[in-house]
Design a protein around this ligand. Structure first.
Ligand code: N7H
Length: 493
């Protein structure tokens, strides 16, 4: 007699990927009130705080979200505000004091979703073909476990982080921004009361602010930041600097993405539509170390420290691109400090802009290897802000070399492995991108040798150190406002 063993349990039919959303014509995405406001439109305020929160349980978590959702800024409101602000700025020539806003954004980590909707996480992510998409797997694993971009030992190891450590799970992240310190304080008090009401614990609060005076808009090393962002199809009609429009599905799920393979967007469940993945990294910057290095390397390169700094970053301190102005000697005298009208297309070998420079590594534009259009599949929308006082030892202890300062790096994308992690690992950290021996990114990469081409033709090997340090990181998901409502009401379960 033969024993009948049951065969493998029948597998549930995998959910089919939902069809993509249409991209609205013109700049139609500006009026979308379901997408959160910091993704396409951008808060871009002078004062910011990130709150890393832990929920008590599902019931209190849902009640907390119910109170929180009405405070969340949507894309249509932020777009309308930003358009009015730009208009007033153009007509008066300075920041309009009477136009102020305070914005709140909400993102949820994988442990946060597990707390709020364990079934959804199980069914639509862990037990379905979606889990095979590295996009989902990286989100579920979280930033600390992403060993491709995080050293598990040494000073940058997650065990030393201020936030994002595995022993302190974070469920919800609030991005709060305002025009003034006092209005930021006001909303923070309101959010604090809401948290206590629902027994929500603050694991860490990361403050940020634009730098004061002439440093406004610049990061701590002194370079103007926040200039180059992807021009998103459906959100703008053209890019003023002639850059290619990037399909919205590269940043917000549900829309078609870049290239034929992503015409249907990414295979994620419907509740993720109109949401985006948010990477946050607290990156400390050793400003004195950075400029001492530039002073030391400059003589061998036959240039000054200021020029050497520009040859590591790819823009002069005021923002002028090296590609347009390799010698900081503007031919026309025109202000090019916010220009993005360049693409390295006449500089394949890096004679003008070395192949290792930070902004070329992370966005090689038309010079991308291995082929045309590749760069457009690895773009990110950056929403970072500095933390800490500027380096200026004469102004006191808080401004000295030992004070904490750096960049609260934040970026939105449709896939962390294809976008943030790809930029960091495959391009920035990789000495052999775009060509063998090109050198690591001298701003965010590891120590290494960057060969600086000289007019004589003999490259000068610059030994470049690492002057930034990761001090905290999270991967989270910034859902649409309708999904937030469903999470709050328990409709998504
Ligand atoms: Fe970078 N820096 O001061 O040197 N970055 N960045 N970044 N960054 C940019 O064009 C800087 C970091 C990108 O489209 C500028 O807006 C510093 C990470 C991308 O041409 C300056 C840190 C990653 C761009 C800096 C840091 C990126 C960009 C020029 C850390 C992603 C747009 C301003 C402390 C992995 C490139 C501008 C383009 C620009 C600096 C971090 C990516 C000045 C100090 C971790 C995609």
């Amino acid at each position: 007699m033969t024993t009948q063993y049951p065969g493998p349990a029948p597998q549930p039919t995998p959910p089919a990927a939902p069809p993509p959303l249409p991209i609205p014509p013109g700049a139609g995405l500006q009026s979308d009130a379901d997408i959160q406001g910091n993704i396409f439109a951008g808060f871009n305020k002078d004062y910011a705080a990130l709150l890393f929160l832990q929920l008590k349980d599902q019931t209190t978590g849902r009640a907390y979200l119910t109170d929180l959702v009405p405070l969340v800024a949507n894309n249509a409101d932020v777009s309308t505000f930003n358009a009015a602000f730009s208009q007033a700025l153009r007509s008066s020539g300075s920041d309009p004091d009477n136009l102020n806003a305070t914005w709140v954004g909400v993102s949820i980590t994988a442990p946060g979703l597990e707390t709020l909707v364990p079934q959804t996480v199980q069914n639509s992510l862990q037990n379905s073909p979606f889990r095979l998409d590295p996009t989902v797997a990286s989100f579920l694993a979280g930033a600390a476990a992403d060993s491709a971009v995080v050293a598990q030992q040494g000073p940058e190891a997650p065990a030393n982080w201020y936030f994002g450590r595995s022993d302190q799970p974070i469920h919800v992240i609030l991005s709060v921004e305002s025009d003034t310190a006092s209005s930021l304080l006001g909303i923070m008090q309101e959010l604090g009361q809401l948290a206590s009401k629902h027994e929500v614990v603050t694991i860490f609060q990361q403050d940020g602010a634009t730098l004061p005076g002439a440093r406004h808009g610049h990061e701590h090393f002194g370079f103007k930041d926040g200039i180059s962002q992807p021009a998103v199809q459906g959100f703008v009609t053209t890019d003023p600097d002639g850059q290619p429009l990037i399909a919205p599905g590269e940043f917000v799920l549900g829309f078609p993405g870049q290239g034929p393979s992503r015409a249907n967007g990414r295979a994620v469940p419907q509740w993720m539509f109109k949401g985006s993945f948010l990477v946050i990294r607290r990156i400390a910057q050793d400003v004195a170390g950075w400029w001492n290095q530039a002073e030391q390397l400059a003589p061998a390169a036959g240039i000054g420290a200021e020029a050497l700094g520009a040859k590591l970053v790819g823009r002069w301190r005021d923002g002028t691109p090296l590609d347009l102005d390799p010698n900081n000697d503007p031919r026309s005298g025109a202000d090019q400090s916010t220009s993005n009208a360049f693409d390295y297309s006449d500089d394949a070998d890096g004679a003008k802009v070395p192949l290792f420079v930070h902004i070329r590594k992370v966005n090689p534009r038309k010079a991308a290897a291995p082929g045309p259009g590749v760069t457009d599949q690895h773009r990110i929308i950056r929403r970072g802000i500095p933390f800490g006082d500027p380096f200026d030892p004469a102004s006191g202890k808080d401004h000295g070399p030992d004070a904490e300062r750096g960049l609260v790096f934040a970026c939105y994308q449709a896939s962390i492995p294809d976008q943030f992690s790809f930029l960091q690992r495959t391009w920035a950290d990789n000495s052999d991108f775009p060509t063998p021996g090109a050198g690591p990114d001298p701003v965010i990469g590891p120590k290494g040798t960057c060969p600086l081409a000289e007019t004589s033709g003999t490259p000068v090997p610059l030994s470049v150190g690492q002057f930034v340090k990761i001090e905290g990181a999270t991967y989270s998901f910034t859902p649409s406002i309708s999904t937030l409502q469903q999470l709050a009401s328990g409709q998504l379960s």
